[in-house]
Design a protein around this ligand. Structure first.
Ligand SMILES: NC(=O)c1ccc[n+]([C@@H]2O[C@H](COP(=O)([O-])OP(=O)(O)OC[C@H]3O[C@@H](n4cnc5c(N)ncnc54)[C@H](O)[C@@H]3O)[C@@H](O)[C@H]2O)c1
Length: 248
């Protein structure tokens, strides 16, 4: 596998809605995708459906041990990687007064700490090569405090943006760029789980200037662009994909 060095992309949350769309587009763009997810069965299905350019790796990114073990396997089986996409995440819809410490910790662990630890594990290989990309999947909730999303989720996604800025500043001089995307309202199970009352979806759609939800492929194309050679001068950017619900 070492002869594919440089074309490997680590994509966490690869078995999810945005992950699946992203894996397809990255493969179409010539990458080999190491898809990391808790859902090993779904990863295997994807491996069978997509082609040999998709390499499934089941792992629990909710624990430090799980992440360290996962990154050890990546380095052992594929060598240093140049592109890391931190996309795994969970939703939490409880607002501040209802948010338990356990929910906050779990949400931070998967949405933020996994991005922090995966980056910490895999950046040294990029620094050695003087070349690398980290792409973090934040959320509109991390920019806005969250409309349907809960407080723990919003906080975790704001932390992802802070991590993006810190890595961009610290490792830009070492050849590694870091960027984020901040999508909103993507047609997905995660989005549907945030609709609590009948009419929530219609009310939300009416409030978005483009009057529709976002397709997962529209998020995947922004990620694939950030991974592409010609996005090389973008560093420390957060790309909003929100239909204009927040203009800046
Ligand atoms: N769907 C949206 O509207 C939306 C909007 C903004 C941001 N996002 C973000 O986009 C990313 C992908 O979301 P999605 O809509 O595809 O959701 P999804 O639930 O379909 O995908 C998330 C994936 O992460 C995986 N995952 C969860 N916990 C894990 C763990 N402990 N270890 C390894 N993998 C784990 C899940 O198995 C799943 O495959 C998330 O970070 C989410 O917060 C989604």
């Amino acid at each position: 596998m070492k002869d594919h060095d440089g074309r490997f992309v680590i994509l966490t949350g690869a078995a999810g809605t945005i992950g699946r769309a992203t894996a397809r587009q990255l493969i179409d763009d010539g990458h080999f995708v190491i898809g990391v997810d808790l859902d090993g069965d779904r990863l295997e299905e994807m491996g069978a459906q997509i082609e040999e350019r998709f390499l499934p790796l089941a792992a629990d990114l909710g624990s430090e041990d799980g992440i360290i073990e996962c990154c050890k396997r990546i380095r052992r089986d594929y060598g240093p990687v140049r592109i890391l996409i931190n996309n795994a995440g969970i939703i939490s819809t409880d607002k501040f007064l209802q948010t338990s410490l356990a929910d906050l910790r779990r949400t931070m662990a998967i949405n933020f700490e996994s991005a922090f630890l995966m980056s910490q594990q895999l950046l040294p290989g990029m620094i050695d090569a003087c070349e690398g990309r980290v792409i973090n999947v934040s959320s509109f909730a991390g920019r806005s405090g969250g409309l349907l999303a809960g407080t723990a989720y919003s906080l975790s996604k704001t932390a992802v943006i802070g991590l993006t800025f810190a890595l961009a500043r610290e490792f830009g001089p070492r050849g590694v760029s870091t960027n984020a995307i901040a999508p909103a309202f993507v047609r997905s199970d995660m989005m549907r789980s945030a609709f609590k009352a009948p009419g929530d979806e219609q009310n939300l759609t009416a409030s978005i200037p483009l009057k529709r939800l976002c397709d997962p492929e529209e998020v995947a194309s922004a990620i694939t662009y950030l991974a592409s050679d010609l996005a090389g001068f973008i560093n420390g950017e957060v790309i909003d994909i929100n239909g204009g619900i927040q203009c800046d």
